[in-house]
Design a protein around this ligand. Structure first.
Ligand code: ATP
Ligand code: MG
Length: 555
């Protein structure tokens, strides 16, 4: 129903420093095309931070008529899994982007990477080291102190070749040897102090099986993969700023086709009340703090999707936050406004009663079918029938026995309008032995369907309702932020900052039309909030609705 998207206006797309660089590169003839890539490691599900990188990389390719590759950066088989590969593909497509050709894998290049490692050894630019990981740390030095050369640093080239061969053939134990680039143990950039470029790992790889027992490190792999794929602008987050030295060093020292790709860094997305680290999100899943990677409270793309966020709302969020080199933390409300703006325009309206109070309209007779518009200002979204009956439910919050003038809902002896229906008057209540109201008795004014009372009585309040005889029972999952602190990433023990009320479950009723609600299709439950049917647990027999976002800011 909702195929009108938040307007993604080209004119109003903010320029950024990366666009300026691309414009210059195209103008000067340094490049005549734009080729980017999105390079996730398949060690978890994508989160909202990745959405920023996806929108940037795929967005640039789209705007400059270029291409963007999807490349799995799969050099660490022990942490990776095809489940993650599949979810990543699904999330990128769902966000609305298309990668060029087939998905690529860094592991596709293992043979070439191995050959380039041999080239470095031949050139005297790489050596097999036998320092243990602890010794290596000691030899590395500190930010204020130069490192020391490994005693194995000046082995003859032939010996390096022979040992690297043995590493590859599985003849050396894990941790006993590694291949290191021979750069500068006194460099002010720690990444340049003879970084390890290959390590031994007896692990089965999800793509290459047991073919390899040595695996290349990220810094060696990434730049070469970029060059092989003829990437023009390789975009990553600021933590890789220093690694750019190594990126350039590797490419300059191997015989790979020119022009070489260039790495540019932008600031990562940090969002209040949100973890944006796959490792930390994995822990929430493993510790069963949440119901899997796509729990609607998770900041994963699949969690936001299950929660009712639309692809357009996430793209709009990425557009609004922009791309800079400044570190900052985005307020959570910025994300919520994007989905609210989308759903305000696109979500059909419906009625749901979350805390039901039974109401009997004493002077009403047979059931009546009333017509309710699906959207207050979009006629093209049509209308639907809702049953009005002698017994209805209203929300407990919408009735008080006594109240002052500020309370614009139903009060004993006073009137209120029922949305899309009549004006009713509260006559009396029935209570149980504990004093709780069990039934509210009302009368209705038959002359008020779609019009004000004829005698000029003013009825200010409007409340929503659901027929008590023609409805569908529903479970409502009302979510709040998962953490009690704005920066959960800084917490020593994550369990200490979990919001115990991040999920509250209520049972009520929705209009019968919602039995066919499709998962992820959001509705505005009038006066309650935006909700969508849960893709995992909702069935026509047992409807489950997730709160996507409240109607007004109040997070
Ligand atoms: P995580 O710490 O969650 O594992 P990562 O950077 O290790 O993140 P990758 O799979 O390597 O995850 O990331 C793929 C791409 O997404 C990289 O280019 C990375 O820079 C980018 N990215 C990851 N997190 C963010 C973020 N919070 N904001 C913007 N870009 C991000
Ligand atoms: Mg990573």
């Amino acid at each position: 129903m909702s195929d009108v998207e938040v307007v993604e206006n080209v004119e109003n797309r903010p320029s950024n420093f990366i666009r300026q660089i691309i414009d210059e590169d195209l103008a000067s003839g340094k490049h005549n095309n734009v080729q980017t890539r999105f390079p996730p490691e398949p060690n978890g599900y994508l989160h909202i931070g990745h959405a920023k990188s996806i929108c940037l990389n795929f967005g640039l390719a789209k705007d400059y008529q270029g291409l963007c590759n999807l490349r799995f950066d799969d050099t660490n088989p022990t942490k990776e899994d095809v489940e993650y590969v599949d979810s990543i593909k699904q999330d990128v497509e769902w966000l609305g982007f298309k990668w060029a050709g087939e998905p690529r894998y860094a592991s596709d290049y293992f043979d070439q990477l191995y050959a380039y490692a041999l080239e470095l050894i031949h050139k005297g630019l790489a050596y097999v080291d036998e320092l243990s990981p602890e010794e290596m740390r000691e030899y590395r030095g500190t930010l204020t102190e130069a490192g020391k050369n490994s005693p194995y640093r000046d082995r003859p080239i032939e010996e390096n070749l022979a040992l690297f061969e043995k590493m590859k053939n599985g003849e050396i134990e894990e941790g006993k040897m590694s291949l290191r680039a021979k750069i500068d143990m006194a460099s002010p950039f720690m990444v340049m102090r003879d970084p390890v470029i290959y390590r031994i790992k007896f692990a089965t790889h999800h793509q290459t099986g047991d073919k390899w027992c040595i695996y290349p490190m990220y810094d060696f792999t990434h730049c070469i993969s970029d060059a092989i794929e003829r990437i023009t602008h390789s975009l990553c987050t600021l933590e890789f700023q220093d690694n750019r030295r190594l990126y350039d060093w590797v490419l300059e020292n191997i015989s790979i086709e020119r022009p070489l790709p260039h790495q540019y860094e932008f600031s990562r997305l940090n969002l209040e009340y949100t973890l944006t680290s796959k490792r930390k999100l994995l822990k929430l899943v493993e510790d069963k703090i949440v119901d899997g990677w796509n729990d609607p409270r998770m900041p994963t793309i699949s969690g936001l999707r299950r929660r009712g966020y639309t692809p357009a709302s996430l793209r709009e969020f990425c557009r609004r936050i922009g791309v800079t080199k400044q570190d900052n933390v985005v307020e959570f409300s910025a994300l919520e406004s994007c989905i609210r703006d989308d759903l305000n325009v696109n979500a059909p309206r419906a009625m749901a009663v979350i805390n039901p109070l039974r109401v009997v309209i004493e002077n009403f007779g047979e059931d009546e079918k009333l017509i309710a518009p699906n959207h207050p200002n979009r006629e093209e979204l049509g209308s639907r029938q809702v049953t009005f009956s002698k017994e209805i439910y209203i929300d407990q919050e919408d009735f008080r026995e006594e109240a002052n003038k500020k309370y614009k809902r139903l009060v004993l002896g006073k009137e209120v309008r029922l949305r899309n229906a009549y004006v009713i008057k509260a006559e009396r209540v029935e209570k149980d032995e504990n004093g709780n109201i069990t039934t509210l008795y009302c009368t209705y004014d038959p002359e008020t369907l779609g019009k004000n009372p004829a005698d000029g009585r003013k009825v200010k309040g409007v409340i929503h309702w659901v027929s008590a005889t023609d409805n569908a029972p529903a479970e409502f999952r009302i979510y709040d932020k998962l953490f009690t602190v704005a920066n959960p990433g800084a917490a020593e023990d994550i369990n200490e900052v979990i919001n115990p009320n991040s999920l509250v479950i209520k049972h009520g009723f929705v209009e019968t039309n919602l039995v066919s609600a499709k998962p992820e299709q959001a509705y505005q439950f009038e006066r309650e909030g935006y909700y969508c049917a849960d893709s995992k647990d909702s069935t026509p027999e047992h409807l489950v609705f997730n709160l996507t976002v409240s109607l007004k800011e109040g997070f």
